[in-house]
Structure formats: structure tokens, C-alpha cells
Design a protein around this ligand. Structure first.
Ligand SMILES: Cc1cc2nc3c(=O)[nH]c(=O)nc-3n(C[C@H](O)[C@H](O)[C@H](O)COP(=O)(O)OP(=O)(O)OC[C@H]3O[C@@H](n4cnc5c(N)ncnc54)[C@H](O)[C@@H]3O)c2cc1C
Ligand code: FES
Length: 509
């Protein structure tokens, strides 16, 4: 997913370019030394920042500028053009910023990036210790934001995983396909945690919360007090209860260990059966095809992903996978698995030396439930992401929040939403009152085709397709009562960003 360039692009900006080349609202990529630099003009102000997104190197010149920010076309990160700060996940690291001068009708960029000013120290009382349960998207983004905000108190991150937080979406994409090395997977190197005084405890299973005593209990019998608690326990794959589903060649995919185990099995497997035509199931199918494994997909629905993306995109996704050799067995379900075969309800028996079960996930709400927090198919939080217990926040796959755009309480399983909720929860644990108003966004990757989705449409009464889905050039609008609830797109990044902005503006009215 990177497009690292050996040679820099465009004019040498230290030598100056004519002001007329950069009209108001314009963007232009040039270089300073060996680095690509994006110049943006907003009225009287001109900004010079790194031209590539700090997430997966997306080309920011192809994104959109909103006020003094730029949004990445690929996964909608947002950066402050004045300071370079990554304001919105999935990017977490800032962009470099260069000084800009204007002389004699020309724009000149300085040779060295400028240091961004450190954020103002926090004022007022702060919690002494913040405990985060979960070492995933939301938990990590919260810890990172707490330190970014100059919080000096204790941060303890308890994760029952055995590795530090990883780039989970990649577990079913490039990493599983063998096209991304393992060193891309950690969100940060291990040294990050000690350097930032984040007490990351791996293999630490939290077994209970006492909201009155403000303590969590761990499986080793120890207890840990907190002033603020963030619950970010994510979701776990649903396991099948059919005979044979517990055999060693039957896998689910959530953790790095799961992905590694599938990779090991795929090295010798000739034929895989993927149960479920969901995002993870189909991404996994694509990755296994890249590894040369024969793949059969079994699912009860008529079309893959129809429930989320509608029939037109569902047909496209099916055709795309079939072009790559995937064989579908739709409107069918497995009834038994043995060492060599998966037997379907229709009576068909599919040979399989690897089985991947991707039939959905269940939010891990057990701790919240036992602690007496309000649940509703997830942990109920208010617009500040606080649960029904004072001082306990929840974020990510477990949280059901009041969505500003639809007016409904929703819970989604999206990486970017989890990270952004972690960031908002961090600020609110420090006493800010920031509402979580972000429009949901997710992406999914099948072979070389990215599908981007903004908004949230559980049900719709109309689908409007602009462009050509089979040509991989489309915007699909999901509407209800004449109102756009969500937009899916393929290679229409600017329209996707603009749809997100329009939904934000509607929600703010
Ligand atoms: C293979 C895969 C691919 C995906 N691809 C995409 C994608 O392309 N786009 C997208 O938008 N989303 C994608 N997702 C979904 C996305 O990863 C999740 O929405 C996101 O990770 C949710 O973040 P979270 O912090 O809520 O939970 P998680 O990231 O799951 O983190 C939960 C953490 O809590 C820990 N934990 C749980 N219970 C306890 C306990 N009792 N004690 C201690 N620790 C505990 C877990 O070990 C884990 O570290 C994908 C998910 C998977 C599995
Ligand atoms: S590459 Fe920019 S958000 Fe992912």
C-alpha cells in the first residue's frame, strides 16, 4: 500500500515558484531536497507540509482541503496544515511542516522543516491514573492521545493479547497475502511505550471492574485502582457450534496470532474453505488466492456483502472474486467439518485442508455487564463516550453511541471509528467535553480494489449508482426518505471525502 518514491516530484520549492501557479484554494506538489512537499494556498495563507499521509503514504494532493486542514483520499485521515498534527485517525503521526515566504510575486519554501509548537500544558485538576482495558485500536489511540495532550499522570494499558497493539486491518490484507512484512504490523515499536511512560501490560486479563471502589481485578488475583477507566475490549469472532468446528485446521481471524496460524497452514494447504462472505471472510479469500491456495466460499446469503453494500456492489464483489478464481457456494451453510471435508446443508462435500470461519463478531461486553453498566447490544455511552458509570468510558467495537448524523444509537466495527473514539475518550477523560460527532468510515480491500464507505445505513429505500461499478469507478448512494445515509465508492476518493464533509455539515445544523 505504499508508494514510496525514489525521486522527488515537481519543482524545487526552495528556488521559488510564481504565486500565480498556486491560485486560492489550490494545491501543488514540489520538493525540498529529497522530500515531496505539498503547498496549499488558503486566502492569504500558504502552507507547506509533507505530501504523503503518515498512515499508508496516501497522496495528500489528491485529498481535499477543509479550512486549514487537509484530508487524505485513502482512509480519510485529517491533518492540521499549520502544525502538521494528525487531527484524525487512522494517521497518528504528524506531517513535517516547512516555513514559507513570499517575495517579488514568488513563493519560497525553506530548506528545513520547522519544529511544531508543543501543545499548551493542561490546566486544572487531572486524574492521577488512567487505566485502559484493551490493547487494540481504541485503547492505543487513547493512550497516544493522552500523551500527545501532555497528560503527565499514570497510564496503564491492560491487554490480554501477547503482542503490543497491531494494525489489525492488515491481518486479513497484505500481511495475510504475504505482501507486507511483519515489521509493518506493530502500531508503534515497543520502545514507544517505555519512552512515553505507558505501562503496557501484555497477557493481562481483566476479570472484573468495581465501579464503586474504582478498581479493576486481574486474572492473576491482583487489583488496580483507577481515576478514569476506558473500556476498549473490542469484539471476538463468533465460533460455529457444528461438529468438527474445534479442529486445529479450523481458524478464526482476529489477532496477529490468528493470522500467523493461517499463514502457517496456508503454506501447505491446497484447498481452503472460507465460511462467511463478510468483509473479513472475503479479504481472507483474496489473500489466500494471492498465496495460490484454491478457495471456496460458503455463505447463506444470495450475494456477498449485500446487507451492507446492496445488490449491485454485492454482484460486483462476487464477480471480482470469481475473476480471481474463488468459487462461491451461496445460499448454503456448513453442517459438519471433518479432517478433510466441509459438508454443506445441500449435501455437497468440499475438500478442505484449511477452514477459515468469518461469520461475524460479538462485542466483548462481559466485563461491562458484570459491573452493572447499561447495555444495549453493546455498551451504551453518551455523546461524550461515557458509560452509565461515572468515570468509565467505552470506545470501539463495544460502544453504542448516539450518532449525530442519523440520530440513532449505533455500534459499528470499524478501525477508524474505534481509533477516533479512543481519541475523543482520551480528551474527555482529561475533563474536556468533546462530543463524538465523527461520521463513520471504513474501507475494505479485495485484491487491488479498495472500497470506501462513509456514513451508516442499516436500511435504505433507494440506491443510486453514479459511474460504473464493474469498471471500478463508482459512487453508490444509500438513501432513506430522500436523505443520503451512506456512500460507498471505488476510486472516487474526492467524492467520498466530500460526502463525508456534507454529512458532517448536516449533522452540525
Ligand atoms: C482481520 C481484520 C480485518 C479488519 N479490517 C478492517 C478494515 O479494513 N476496515 C475497518 O474499518 N475495520 C476493519 N476491521 C475491524 C477493526 O479492526 C475493529 O473495528 C477495531 O480493531 C476495533 O477496535 P477496538 O479497540 O474496539 O478492539 P480491538 O482492536 O479488537 O482491541 C481489543 C483489545 O482488547 C483486549 N481485551 C479484550 N478483553 C480483554 C480483557 N478482559 N482484559 C484485557 N484485555 C482485553 C484484546 O486483547 C485487544 O487487545 C478488521 C478486523 C479484523 C479482525
Ligand atoms: S493513507 Fe492516508 S489515511 Fe490511510
Amino acid at each position: 500500500m505504499t508508494d514510496n518514491q525514489a525521486t522527488p516530484t515537481g519543482p524545487d520549492l526552495t528556488r521559488g515558484i510564481a504565486l500565480a501557479e498556486l491560485p486560492d484554494g489550490g494545491k501543488l506538489v514540489g520538493h525540498v531536497g529529497g522530500e515531496d512537499v505539498l503547498l496549499v494556498r488558503q486566502g492569504a495563507e500558504i502552507f507547506a507540509v509533507g505530501a504523503h499521509c503518515s498512515h499508508y503514504h496516501g497522496p495528500l494532493a489528491d485529498g481535499i482541503v477543509v479550512g486549514a486542514t487537509v484530508r487524505c483520499p485513502w482512509h480519510h485521515a485529517c491533518f492540521d496544515l499549520r502544525t502538521g498534527e494528525a487531527l484524525r485517525a487512522p494517521a497518528l503521526s504528524p506531517l513535517a511542516c516547512w516555513p514559507v515566504a513570499q517575495r517579488d510575486g514568488k513563493i519560497f519554501v525553506g530548506e528545513k522543516p520547522v519544529e511544531s509548537p508543543a501543545p499548551a500544558p493542561l490546566s486544572g485538576p487531572r486524574p492521577e491514573r488512567i487505566v485502559i482495558v484493551g490493547g487494540g485500536a481504541a485503547g492505543f489511540a487513547a493512550a497516544e492521545m493522552l500523551r500527545r495532550m501532555q497528560y503527565r499522570g499514570g497510564i496503564v494499558m491492560l491487554s490480554n493479547d501477547d503482542v503490543p497493539p497491531v494494525d489489525r486491518p492488515n491481518l486479513s490484507k497484505d500481511y495475510l497475502a504475504g505482501t507486507a512484512p511483519e515489521d509493518w504490523m506493530p502500531l508503534r515499536p515497543e520502545s514507544f511505550y517505555s519512552e512515553n511512560a505507558i505501562d503496557l501490560r501484555l497477557g493481562a486479563n481483566v476479570t472484573g471492574i468495581d465501579p464503586r471502589a474504582r478498581e479493576v481485578a486481574l486474572a492473576d488475583g491482583s487489583k488496580l485502582g483507577y481515576d478514569r477507566l476506558l473500556l476498549a475490549t473490542g469484539a471476538e469472532p463468533i465460533r460455529l457450534s457444528i461438529p468438527g468446528a474445534d479442529q486445529p485446521h479450523v481458524h478464526t481471524l482476529r489477532s496477529l496470532a490468528d493470522s500467523r496460524a493461517i499463514i502457517v497452514r496456508a503454506a501447505t494447504a491446497k484447498r481452503a474453505v472460507v465460511l462467511g462472505a463478510s468483509f473479513i471472510g472475503l479479504e481472507c479469500a483474496a489473500a489466500l488466492r494471492t498465496r495460490g491456495v484454491e478457495v471456496h466460499v460458503v455463505a447463506p446469503e444470495k450475494r456477498p456483502m449485500e446487507r451492507v453494500l446492496g445488490p449491485q456492489m454485492g454482484d460486483f464483489v462476487r464477480a471480482l472474486h470469481e475473476e480471481h478464481g474463488v468459487i462461491f457456494h451461496l445460499e448454503d451453510v456448513p453442517v459438519a467439518i471433518d479432517a478433510k471435508q466441509v459438508t454443506l446443508k445441500s449435501g455437497l462435500a468440499l475438500d478442505a485442508d484449511l477452514v477459515v470461519v468469518g461469520v461475524g463478531v460479538r462485542p466483548r461486553t462481559g466485563l461491562a455487564e458484570a459491573a452493572g453498566l447499561t447495555l444495549d447490544r453493546g455498551v451504551v455511552v453518551n455523546e461524550y463516550l461515557e458509560t452509565s458509570a461515572a468515570g468509565i468510558f467505552a470506545a470501539g467495537d463495544i460502544a453504542r453511541w448516539p450518532d449525530a448524523h442519523t440520530g440513532e444509537r449505533i455500534r459499528v466495527e470499524h478501525w477508524v471509528v474505534a481509533e477516533r473514539q479512543g481519541q475523543t475518550a482520551a480528551r474527555n477523560m482529561l475533563g474536556q467535553r468533546e462530543k463524538f460527532t465523527t461520521v463513520p468510515f471504513f474501507w475494505s480491500q479485495h485484491y487491488d480494489v479498495p472500497i470506501n464507505y462513509v456514513g451508516h445505513a442499516q436500511e435504505w429505500d433507494e440506491i443510486i449508482v453514479a459511474g460504473d461499478i464493474p469498471a471500478k469507478d463508482c459512487v453508490v448512494n444509500f438513501r432513506r426518505g430522500g436523505r443520503t445515509l451512506a456512500v460507498a465508492s471505488i476510486y472516487r476518493d474526492v467524492e467520498s471525502l466530500e460526502a463525508e464533509l456534507a454529512m458532517e455539515q448536516q449533522a452540525a445544523q
